[in-house]
Structure formats: C-alpha cells, structure tokens
Design a protein around this ligand. Structure first.
Ligand code: GLA
Length: 473
C-alpha cells in the first residue's frame, strides 16, 4: 500500500503537493552499540511510512500543522504549532510527536549550518505507517525521517542523505529517547539487495553483501516495546550506565575524575586506553551493581553534573532496580562491537561464491546467538516472549536467532537456509503464533504480517507528488 493520497484529498479537499516514504529496518547484529560510537549492521525492510503534505491555504489553518493519519481511529488527528521553536510535549506521548521532531529537525539543521531558513507556515499532513509500532523495526525513525524529508520537500529545501541521517538522529531525541543514529541512517541510506555497515561520527554507510543461500526471518513477539514511554528505566538508563562505565573506566586507568568526566562521552573513547594498559573491563569494574553513593564518590561530582539533568529520571529508576550494572553493560558493548565487524568480514568474504558454505552460515548464526545471549544476560533488554521465540527459532532449525532493535519486546530475526524458509515459517506459526490466535491475542488474518522473510530494501525517497498520489520520478 502506497501513499495516503486518497485520504489526504478526502480530509483536506485537495491533493498533496509533496511527500516522502521511509522504511523501517531490521538490525542483523550490533545492538545497543550505536550510541557508544560503534558500527551497526542493519538493512531496510519493505514496511514503510508515508507522509504527504501541502501548504495550508490562507485561513484558519494558515499558522498550524494539521497532522492526520490514514488510521485515524488509532492515531487521532493533532494540531501542532508551525513555530519550529515550539517544544515537543514529551509527556503527552502522542504519535504526532515524531512528526513534530522531524519538522523541528529541518529548521534546527538549517540554523546549525548557518543556512537561511524559510518563514514557517501552516501545513496539512497525512501519514500512513506500515511499520508496526513498538515492534523493534523502527516505526519511530521511519516516521521522523519521512516527516523531515516531506517538510524539506514542501519548503523546496535540498539535503543530502547523509545530512538527513545526521539531523534526524539529533531531532528524534526531542521525543525523549536518547537513541543512537542507526535507525534514521538505514532508513535514509538503505539500498535494494544490500545490508549496510553504518558507522558514526560522521554517519556513513558501506555495503555488506549478504551470503547467498540464506534468508532472514522476522517474527514479532507481540509484546509492544514502548521505547519513549519506558525510556527512563530502560533505554535511557542503559545510555546512562554506559556513560558512567566509560568515565569510571577512564578514572580507574588514571585519568583525574574531572578530566575524565569532561573528555569521555562514550565507551569507544576509553577503548584505546584500556587496550594500551592491557586491562579488561572486569579488571577495573566490579560485578555487583554500583550504588548512587559509590558512583558519585568515584566521580567526585553528582551524576547530574556529569551526565545532565535529562538523565535524572533514569537515576531514580536505577535506585529502584538496586543500582547501576556498569561492568555488565560495558562488557556487552565491547563484545558486540567486535561481533559486528566479524559478521561484516565474513559476509563480504563469502560474497563471491554462489552459495555460502555451511560453515560460513553456521559461523554467522553463532554470532547472532552470542549477540542475543549478551543482550539478554549482560544488557538485560530481552523479554520472556523474546526468549521463548528465539529458543523456538533455534529448536526449529534456525542457524541463529536474536532480538532486534531496542528489545524489551518487539521482534526477533533468525538466520535460515533459503530452501527451509517456507516450512520454517509454518513451524513458527504452529508453535508460537497459533496459540495466540486461539487466545484472541492475534487475529488469524494478521499471521503473515507477524512472521515473514525479508531481504534488504531501498531507503527513503521524497519529492513532489503527482495528482494521482505517487512521488514524481
Ligand atoms: C533503538 C535505537 C537505536 C539503537 C537500538 C538498539 O532502535 O533507536 O539507535 O540504539 O535501539 O540497538
């Protein structure tokens, strides 16, 4: 299903003039490492979000953004200020916050670059999302990227893909999650038939050729992972734990606390010093959770002073959970970052053969299993349903299976031999999904959208729309 052109015309009485589509993604390996400066390895998927837009005619809507959704029953229409300086109301958790974040991002980017910004005006907007929300396939970034690209198009602004990837990473944080840049980058830089190694600082993408003869099967655990709503005790807490681990590692390696707090932002910043000292994380950080008092004693300052007031809700959440698990989080990040590069090397070195050897596929699958175990045990971002699903995936013959995306629910991705895909998906339906159909949790007609195989798809596109409701080529 393409652009919501008919819905736009029905709601606003005229066709949209500009639009954008942006895909969701599945991350094949490299979880919770992007915000620590390390590369990830995702591919864009066929599920996408559309944003169609037109300048509001003079009159009541001239100064506002009227943001409607083709699925109005689930996502009610919202009016937002056209002022790009208006704050995103994080507490409201509206779906339209993601549109507003993308909208603000365009203007903020121009300001940062010192480029002239257009005078803001009212917009009529219609959104249609096909990336299931909270599934770990990055519905949020698909909406932010499509919104930013459509807003750029209607204002006649030209941005490169790299620029969009860079500024949508920053602006999505308006919604309240301190996320890294993987989802936005692959949504803009994805390519048909290719997975991508995405690196940061600055963001860039290089090709990863997936081994012939294998397929990736995505299955939804059906537990919705509400990243923004649960950020304080989950996602943002992990970002904070990594930051604290990085600073405490630098201090343990001899950097004075004040200097460490100022110069060390992410775990990547201390990797070289760790290596040079011949130390491992476990030599310098203890296993038991760190209390607030202990961390602040080592820092010689409050966590707020070091990490910023945005993390205060996460500090409170950590106290409830019994402290910060710094050693475990750092060990996950360093080991996962290495797996990503090994995975990429193995994929690219098997690209010239007509079918990857059983040994190669087994090695890739093993890395995916190790990644999942590290996410589950060290990073604690799995869920009982994801454990059941990945366990079943392996039992049914997958070469490897892991949670994908932020975790705490959402989807898993499994590596399967191409010839086995049909029976494999059927077996997953029989063993995991049928009982959920029987209990009423899942509608039988949705079975094919909760478990499916996919290859890499193209990234976002945007521009003028034809009156027939398609993007002009
Ligand atoms: C979310 C974030 C990404 C990344 C993943 C975990 O999808 O948006 O930046 O951190 O979680 O790998």
């Amino acid at each position: 299903m393409g652009a919501p052109g008919a819905e736009f015309a029905a709601r606003f009485g005229a066709p949209a003039t500009h639009g954008a589509r942006a895909p969701g993604r599945v991350n094949l390996i490299g979880e919770h490492v992007d915000y620590e400066g390390y590369a990830v390895l995702p591919m864009a998927v066929a599920l996408e979000t559309w944003v169609c837009v037109r300048r509001a005619p003079a009159g009541a809507e001239a100064g506002v953004l009227v943001v409607a959704n083709a699925d109005g029953a689930q996502y009610p229409e919202v009016e937002l200020p056209a002022d790009p300086g208006a704050r995103v109301d994080r507490e409201r958790h509206s779906w339209a916050n993601y549109f507003q974040a993308g909208y603000k991002g365009v203007f903020e980017h121009l300001r940062r670059e010192g480029r002239p910004a257009p005078e803001p005006y009212g917009l009529q907007v219609m959104v249609r999302g096909r990336v299931p929300a909270g599934s770990g396939l990055s519905s949020s970034s698909a909406l932010v990227v499509a919104s930013a690209a459509a807003v750029a198009a209607v204002h006649g602004l030209e941005f490169s893909r790299q620029e969009i990837a860079e500024f949508t990473r920053v602006c999505e944080q308006h919604v309240g999650t301190m996320s890294g840049g993987m989802d936005q980058a692959i949504s803009v830089m994805g390519e048909q038939g290719l997975a991508k190694l995405i690196e940061f600082g600055p963001v860039r993408a290089s090709d990863v050729i997936l081994p012939p003869g294998c397929a990736f099967v995505i299955a939804n655990s059906l537990t919705v992972s509400k990243k923004a709503e649960t950020a304080a005790g989950r996602y943002n807490l992990r970002v904070l734990e990594c930051r604290l681990a990085a600073v405490l590692l630098a201090i343990a390696l001899g950097t004075p606390p004040e200097e460490a707090a100022a110069s060390v932002q992410v775990l990547k910043d201390v990797e070289a010093a760790l290596g040079a000292a011949g130390k491992r994380v476990g030599d310098l950080l203890h296993d038991a959770p760190y209390s607030l008092v202990e961390v602040e004693g080592l820092l010689g300052a409050s966590i707020e002073a070091v990490a910023g007031a945005d993390f205060l809700p996460s500090v409170r959440a950590a106290a409830e959970f019994g402290g910060f698990k710094l050693r475990q989080r750092a060990e996950h990040v360093y080991s996962e970052a290495q797996r990503v590069l090994r995975f990429r090397d193995l994929c690219n070195s098997s690209a010239s053969s007509s079918a990857a050897s059983g040994e190669t596929l087994a090695a890739l699958g093993k890395m995916m299993d190790e990644s999942h175990a590290s996410c589950s045990v060290q990073y604690e971002c799995s869920s009982p349903e994801l454990e059941e699903l990945t366990g079943l995936a392996r039992e049914l013959g997958a070469l490897g299976a892991r949670l994908t995306g932020a975790g705490w629910g959402g989807c898993m991705v499994a590596l399967v031999k191409e010839g086995d895909v049909g029976p494999y998906i059927q077996a997953l339906k029989d063993r995991f999904f049928q009982k959920r159909v029987a209990s009423g949790e899942l509608d039988a007609s949705d079975l094919d959208s909760v478990v499916f195989a996919t290859g890499p798809c193209p990234g976002a596109s945007w521009g003028r729309m034809t009156t027939a409701g398609a993007l002009e080529s």
